[in-house]
Design a protein around this ligand. Structure first.
Ligand code: BGP
Length: 501
C-alpha cells in the first residue's frame, strides 16, 4: 500500500460536554447533558464494563487546560483537532444575546491550536442542547431552527477565519435513537412521533447552517473555499447469513433507515421514502413546510464525516425464534423489520462493540458511490479499561485496533476513495456516554483521581506520532510496542512540568 499523502489530515476528535468541564464557568448555563448526568448519576462496581453516569462539571478540564493540550497535540504531530462547540456557553439563555466570554474561549482555544500547527475542525452541534432550548422542545420543535440559525451565524462570524473545514452536527442517528426511542441519553424520551420530528428539524437545521455558511463566506467572515459537512455514524450492515434472502433484505431495510434517512436529506437535498411513510403513519404532515423542503434542496452539504467504530451484523427477525447462542442480546433499531445481532464467532470490546475493521473500506466505497463527496473519518477508537503499569499505559490493544482501521483507510485510498483525513477518538481520556470515565479512549491518559487532572502519555500516543511522521501504518512490519512504551516513559520523565503532573 502507498503511504498517506502529505496533505492528508491526521487528527484527533473530541466533544465539549465530554472533555471541556468549566460547566459553571465563563457565563455558561446548563445543558440537557448537565441535567441528565446530575439526575441519573450512577457509578457501577469497579471494573464492571457497565454504564457509568458521572459528573461532567470538570470532565478533563479542557476549559482550563486548552493551551497545555494544544502543546501536547503538537508533540503528537497531529494537524487537526475536531471539536464541537458548547452551545450553552455561547447562548446561555433565550434572550438571543451572545455571551461574548463563550466566544472568547473558543477563539483563544482555536488560536492555541493554530499556534501549534493544528487546524481547528469545528462541529457545531454534538447532542448538547442548552437547557433553555430543551425546555422549549429542543430538537423535536420548530423553535430549534431559529435558535440554530442564530447559533450558526454567531459562530461563523467570530470563528470563520480560523479554519476551512466545518461540520454541522455529530450523529443525528445515535442522538435521536438514544434520546427519543431508547431513553438512553437526553432528552430521555420513548416517543416515536418526537423521534421523527427530531430527525426532521435536525436535517433542516443542517440546511440552515449551510445557508448561514454561504452568507458568511460572501460577507468575508468564513474563509473562501471552506467546506461544511455532516458527521454520521453509519454502521455498514453485514448479513448474518449472506446466502439468506431474508437477512439480505433486512440489510437493505437497515440502510434505508441508518444511511439514507440521515445522509440523503443533507447530501441529496431530499428525504428518503421511509421518512414520508413515517410522516403519514404519525400524522406529521403539518410539520413539513414547502419552504423547509426548498431550504433543504438549495443547501446541500459538501462532505461526509464518518464515525466508524464497527459495522452491524443484521438479521431478519425470524432469527429470534431460532436456537442461536448469541454473544449478547440483540439491539433495538428504528424498525422491527431488521435486528442487530451479536454472533459468538465475532470479536467484541469489553462493552460488546463489534470489531470488524474491513467494513471501513467496504463502507467507504458505498458512501463514495452513493454521494460522491470527500470523506473524513471523524471518529474511530477503542474504549478500554486501560491500566497504568509503572506509570505508563502500554495500550498495545489500542495500537492494534487503530492500526487495523488505518490500514483500511489506506486500502480504500489506494482503491480510489477520496478520503481527506482520519481523526481518532480521542485525544485524551474523557467522559464516555456509555462508560463514564472508566471507558478510556485517549492517546493521552488523564488521572481523574487527581484534582489537577494531570495528563500522561500512553504508548499509543507515540505510535500515532510515528504513523503521522512516516505517513504509513505497520501493514507489513511487526509493531514493536516496547519502542512506544519507552518513548512514553522518557517523555513523562522529561516533561513533568509540560504534562502538568
Ligand atoms: C460516538 C459519539 C462520541 C463518543 C463515541 C464513543 O457515538 O459521537 O461522543 O462518545 O461515540 O462512544 P462511547 O464513549 O459511549 O463508547
Amino acid at each position: 500500500m502507498k503511504p498517506f499523502l502529505k496533505e492528508f489530515i491526521f487528527s484527533t476528535s473530541t466533544c465539549s460536554y465530554q472533555i471541556e468541564g468549566g460547566r459553571l464557568e465563563g457565563g455558561r448555563t446548563h445543558s440537557n447533558w448537565d441535567k441528565f448526568t446530575i439526575e441519573n448519576y450512577y457509578i457501577p462496581l469497579e471494573g464492571a464494563a457497565e454504564r457509568e453516569i458521572n459528573s461532567i462539571t470538570h470532565a478533563a478540564d479542557y476549559y482550563n487546560k486548552y493551551k497545555l493540550d494544544a502543546t501536547i497535540m503538537k508533540e503528537m504531530g497531529v494537524n487537526g483537532f475536531v471539536y464541537n462547540l458548547d452551545w450553552a456557553r455561547i447562548f446561555p439563555d433565550d434572550s438571543g444575546i451572545i455571551n461574548e466570554a463563550g466566544l472568547d474561549f473558543y477563539e483563544n482555544a482555536f488560536k492555541s491550536l493554530i499556534e501549534n500547527g493544528i487546524k481547528p475542525i469545528p462541529i457545531l452541534y454534538h447532542w448538547d442542547t442548552p437547557l433553555w432550548l430543551e425546555e422549549k422542545g429542543g430538537t423535536s420543535s420548530r423553535n430549534f431552527l431559529e435558535a440554530f440559525r442564530a447559533f450558526s451565524r454567531a459562530i461563523f462570524q467570530r470563528l470563520g477565519k480560523y479554519t476551512n473545514l466545518w461540520f454541522v452536527n455529530d450523529e443525528n442517528s445515535s442522538y435521536t435513537v438514544q434520546g427519543y426511542l431508547d431513553d438512553y441519553c437526553p432528552p430521555g424520551k420513548k416517543n416515536a412521533r418526537e423521534f421523527w420530528k427530531a430527525i426532521y428539524f435536525l436535517a433542516i437545521s443542517g440546511a440552515i447552517a449551510k445557508d448561514e455558511f454561504d452568507k458568511a463566506i460572501k460577507e468575508g467572515s468564513v474563509n473562501p473555499g471552506s467546506l461544511l459537512g455532516i458527521d454520521h455514524d453509519w454502521t455498514p450492515p453485514v448479513p448474518y447469513d449472506e446466502n439468506d434472502q431474508d437477512d439480505l433484505n433486512a440489510c437493505k431495510i437497515f440502510n434505508e433507515y441508518n444511511l439514507n434517512l440521515f445522509l440523503d436529506p443533507n447530501m441529496l437535498g431530499k428525504f428518503p421514502n421511509c421518512f414520508w411513510d413515517a410522516i403519514k403513519k404519525y400524522k406529521l404532515e403539518k410539520m413539513v413546510l414547502p419552504s423547509d423542503l426548498e431550504m433543504l434542496e438549495n443547501n446541500k452539504l459538501q462532505l461526509i464525516g464518518w464515525n466508524y467504530y464497527r459495522p452491524s451484523i443484521i438479521a431478519h427477525p425470524k432469527r429470534l425464534n431460532e436456537k442461536i447462542e448469541w454473544h449478547n442480546k440483540h439491539s433495538i433499531f428504528i424498525t422491527n423489520e431488521a435486528i442487530i445481532v451479536y454472533p459468538k464467532t465475532n470479536r467484541y470490546t469489553d462493552w460488546n462493540w463489534l470489531i470488524l475493521p474491513e467494513y471501513l473500506s467496504i463502507g467507504a466505497h458505498v458512501l463514495q458511490d452513493k454521494y460522491n463527496k470527500p470523506i473524513m473519518i471523524l471518529e474511530n477508537g477503542l474504549g478500554y479499561f486501560d491500566k497504568k503499569i509503572n506509570g505508563i499505559v502500554e495500550d498495545w490493544y489500542r495500537i492494534d485496533f487503530l492500526n487495523e482501521h488505518l490500514r483500511e483507510v489506506q486500502k480504500a485510498i489506494d482503491e480510489g476513495v477520496n478520503f481527506i483525513g482520519y481523526s481518532a477518538w480521542t485525544y485524551c481520556d474523557i467522559f464516555s456516554p456509555s462508560g463514564g470515565y472508566r471507558k478510556k479512549y485517549g492517546f493521552v491518559g488523564v488521572d481523574f483521581d487527581d484534582p489537577n487532572l494531570g495528563r500522561y502519555p500512553k504508548a499509543s500516543m507515540y505510535w500515532y506520532k510515528n504513523v503521522i511522521k512516516n505517513l504509513s501504518t505497520f501493514e507489513n512490519k511487526k509493531i514493536n510496542y516496547n519502542t512506544f512504551s519507552k518513548e512514553a516513559k522518557l517523555s513523562l520523565k522529561n516533561k513533568k512540568n509540560l504534562w502538568n503532573i
